[in-house]
Design a protein around this ligand. Structure first.
Ligand code: ATR
Length: 486
């Protein structure tokens, strides 16, 4: 099973020992980055392995490989030569380093050698060749590369799977940065000997690191095996998404052998190719790919065809991709619960906005029989949407106040006006609430938008967007796993 290695980046031995203590239950190995230690700590390095029961990797990284060692190369080799006698389990030596004396010492002290290379600019096209070691000693080969795109990530994962299949040498292969993040979680699937992580309170500075705590508590890394189903969220950005928390918690509560991983994506075509490599089962799709993803799936359903947006893709038993839209159910379920009704017949509803989210709202409201008026800053877009779904359209300004009043059984706000960086904007600033309106803002961050505050102050009943996020995730969860969320 892939091990979890915590990178120790504090300037003193004492602080690093405290970091180990904090993370002990989450980790298998630590890497002591001696290049980050204060100089007055150097005489304590050899003792380090005796001060902890966790196996230690001895590393001294020079500047060009992303480290902080600023003395001479000779001094670096001499220091490693002195420290290695302390009983380190592993020593990291760069691939291009000729160091027979160190190798000999490692052999005597039964220290495993990791032969590493780093590339902070991208993923070399010849990554597979670079990951071969033809020196004499038994080593673990390590490559740390920095994918800049979905295509780079594809190359990285493809290489790992080929190395895994070849199976002649243990290896560590990981991607730095946000594009590389999935490789931190899926190390076991990729055949990597270990994954690196950092202490949540003392980030290592390595881009894209996951904390030891998150690896265990959110992604349950140690439960990931060959059989674990992979589900994902794709989008740009995805690192702020709450979906990994919701889905992974559901897998734990329901004892489902699956993991849900964020994949920052630039070209969904490359992501889809990668999904075949990793046999990804299902994906949530977020901004900006909700439309672009549709032609890449085999069977878009009626909602997707009408709305022109999909937030959910999943495979059928033959491995074909289905696409659907759970934003509609996510939006409607909390509203119906809130109104204590199961139909919207006789409801006159204002939809604010005419973008993708508004389309999903109009589609869902129409199915429940609501009488709808669309209000948008750009009137032509409101008219286009209203034309498709046979409802009314008005501009979003003072001239439409009476119309908002008329369609005010429920007012649904679907624009991004109200969320950062537009948090100071109230798209209905021109309108005076009577207090009888129900106001539903689908923004979930902040929990209370300016619009919600104004409506609340006027005595309206107000609903925010977090329950929508949860509900659409629960519907997805059922599609992805076959069981109800709990
Ligand atoms: P989404 O898919 O999230 O709905 P979108 O398709 O880009 O995103 O649509 C954004 C919606 O927010 C549009 O209705 C947009 O109005 P315009 O069509 O006039 O651009 C609306 N919107 C964005 N910023 C706004 C603002 N400051 N005030 C009012 N409406 C705004």
């Amino acid at each position: 099973m892939a091990k979890i290695c915590l990178v120790l980046t504090a300037p003193s031995i004492k602080e690093n020992l405290e970091i180990i203590k904090r993370n002990r239950e989450y980790i298998d190995i630590v890497e002591l980055r001696t290049d980050l230690l204060d100089r007055d700590q150097y005489n304590l390095v050899s003792q380090f392995p005796t001060l902890t029961e966790v196996p230690v990797i001895l590393t001294c990284r020079k500047m060009e490989d992303g480290g902080k060692w600023d003395s001479s190369e000779k001094k670096r080799l001499d220091s490693l030569g002195q420290w290695i006698d302390g009983g380190f389990s592993y020593v990291d030596l760069e691939m291009d380093l000729y160091a027979p004396v160190l190798e000999e010492k490692a052999l005597i002290s039964k220290t495993l050698i990791i032969r590493s290379f780093h590339n902070f600019k991208g993923v070399p096209v010849n990554l597979f060749e670079k990951m071969q070691w033809d020196g004499d000693s038994q080593v673990i080969v390590k490559g740390a590369v920095y994918p800049q795109s979905s295509e780079d990530l594809y190359t990285l994962i493809d290489t790992a799977l080929k190395l895994k299949e070849k199976g002649d040498c243990p290896f560590i292969l990981l991607g730095m940065g946000d594009f590389g993040f999935p490789t931190r979680i899926l190390a076991e699937k990729m055949g990597s000997y270990l994954t690196f992580c950092s202490d949540s309170a003392a980030p290592s500075g390595a881009p894209g690191h996951c904390s030891a705590e998150d690896l265990n508590l959110i992604y349950h890394f140690r439960d990931i095996s060959e059989n674990t189903v992979i589900n994902t969220i794709i989008g740009n950005p995805v690192s702020q998404s709450k979906s990994p928390h919701i889905h992974n918690e559901g897998y734990i509560n329901n004892q489902i052998d699956a993991v849900y991983v964020p994949f920052l994506t630039d070209f969904p075509q490359w992501y889809m190719k990668m999904s075949d490599l990793l046999q990804i089962n299902a994906s949530s799709v977020t901004i900006p790919f909700k439309s672009e993803i549709i032609p890449l799936t085999d069977f878009p359903d009626k909602a997707v065809r009408q709305i022109g947006a999909s937030n959910t893709i999943y495979r059928n038993s033959e491995g074909k991709w289905l696409s659907t839209n759970t934003d509609t159910k996510g939006l409607i379920i909390p509203l119906l619960k809130f109104l204590k009704t199961d139909s919207l017949k006789g409801f006159k509803v204002s939809v604010i906005g005419a973008g993708g989210a508004a389309r999903a709202a109009v589609f869902a409201l129409k199915e429940l029989g609501a009488d709808i008026a669309v209000f948008n800053r750009t009137l032509s877009k409101a008219e286009e949407l209203a034309g498709e779904f046979d409802c009314a359209a008005y501009s979003l300004d003072k001239s439409s106040s009476d119309k908002v009043k008329e369609f005010s059984s429920v007012i649904i706000q679907t624009t991004n006006a109200g969320m950062p960086p537009l948090e100071k904007i109230n798209p209905l600033g021109f309108y005076s609430f009577s207090g009888d309106e129900v106001v539903y803002d689908i923004i979930y961050k902040p929990a209370e938008t300016l619009l919600m505050r104004k409506a609340g102050e006027a005595g309206c009943r107000v609903l925010g967007g977090y329950t929508m996020l949860q509900e659409q995730a629960y519907v997805q969860f059922k599609l992805f796993t076959g069981v109800d969320y709990k």
